[in-house]
Write a protein that binds this ligand. Structure first.
Ligand code: SF4
Ligand code: SF4
Ligand code: SF4
Length: 334
């Protein structure tokens, strides 16, 4: 490790590893990161251990990118440790920002999740029906594993977060822009700000033409090949770009895949799933008057929604842990 440079850390909690790949995708600009920072902690890439972090002074890490949701007691402990040791803590990616895909497990109780994963999932071979537990006795002593939290939490559900860099994963150029901004010593945006995104919708960045046509029915991506250049939603593909914060340059629609909302709700104070649903309703039945024709509107929306194979996973794909349909409680701590 180089000495004298501000320390940079990247940690993964309940994460798929895609956020680390996004960092690696800045390619040779990693040398630029190295020129400005002592990149000293990243379990995916470096062999620094937890006790090395514990030995640091509080606030000694200048910048920590924290990706992944909080699923286990270990995730929670690392969030608290890195909060203490970091001047700037950035919730990096959809999982850290809103719970992300791991938080879809919150739709079920913890026991149901464990039984599905270890007893019922197709392809399992678990004849003794063993579900991992935090403490297991073996002839040589006891084995310990982190316990699962009752509910998956976003990072801000456990510690104070300075900034959020949304995306699943964030785009490499936006990661680099954040690194460069911090390295330049320029003034930082107000605490709590979203980085690497705009306050406009993905639709505003999308090159696909809206023709004012209502989709007859909803289609899943494998059910048809979309016409180039024409709005996917108008063709019936469930693209949620009108309810999603921009900044990705409409990456998915540009390659004929509907936006699934990974940059989060356009209105940061709104409920992401409800906004996505409302955005879709507005696109499928625009300008329908309240009261008059309301029954017909309901029928149309019900018919359209019947084409959504997985409503919860569609409208709350990245945000269930951060939504109004979560019950308040003990913060997920065991
Ligand atoms: S935000 Fe996306 S890429 Fe990053 S850890 Fe979560 S699922 Fe993976
Ligand atoms: S709904 Fe999707 S495809 Fe249509 S303009 Fe918006 S982002 Fe593009
Ligand atoms: S188009 Fe939507 S899902 Fe795709 S990267 Fe952009 S915000 Fe995420």
């Amino acid at each position: 490790m180089a000495a004298g440079k501000p320390k940079l850390a990247m940690y993964w909690a309940a994460s798929c590893g895609g956020c680390e790949i996004a960092l690696a995708n800045i390619h040779e600009a990693l040398l630029e990161v190295d020129a400005h920072f002592d990149f000293m902690f990243c379990p995916c890439l470096l062999d620094t251990k937890r006790h090395h972090i514990e030995a640091l002074e509080d606030g000694e890490i200048f910048l920590t990118f924290f990706n992944g949701a909080l699923r286990t007691t270990e995730n929670l402990e690392m969030a608290e440790l890195l909060r203490r040791k970091s001047k700037l803590l950035i919730a990096f990616g959809s999982c850290a920002a809103h719970g992300g895909i791991p938080a879809l497990a919150n739709a079920r109780g913890l026991q149901d999740v464990l039984e599905t994963a270890f007893l019922k999932a197709p392809g399992l071979h678990n004849p003794d029906g063993i579900i991992p537990s935090p403490c297991t006795s073996v002839p040589d002593g006891e084995l310990h594993l982190p316990a699962f939290l009752e509910r998956v939490l976003p990072l801000a559900g456990a510690v104070e977060v300075d900034y959020t860099l949304p995306g699943c994963p964030p785009e490499p150029e936006q990661i680099l822009a954040v690194v460069r901004h911090v390295a330049s010593g320029a003034a930082l945006p107000p605490r709590g700000a979203l980085l690497g995104c705009t306050d406009r919708a993905v639709c505003d960045e999308c090159g696909r033409e809206k023709r004012g046509v209502l989709a007859e029915r909803l289609l899943r991506p494998f059910q048809a090949i979309p016409e180039p250049g024409w709005c996917l939603l108008e063709q019936g593909f469930l693209c949620v770009g009108n309810a999603t914060r921009g900044g990705c340059k409409a990456l998915c629609p540009s390659v004929a895949m509907p936006c699934t909302g990974c940059y989060g709700a356009l209105d940061p104070d709104g409920d992401p799933g409800a906004m996505t649903l409302a955005g879709m309703a507005a696109a499928l039945a625009p300008g329908a008057p309240q009261g008059k024709d309301e029954a017909a509107l309901h029928t149309r929306l019900r018919e359209a929604l019947s084409g959504v194979a997985d409503p919860l996973g569609t409208f709350y794909r990245y945000s269930l842990a951060d939504s109004v349909i979560q019950t308040p409680g003990d913060g997920g701590r065991p």
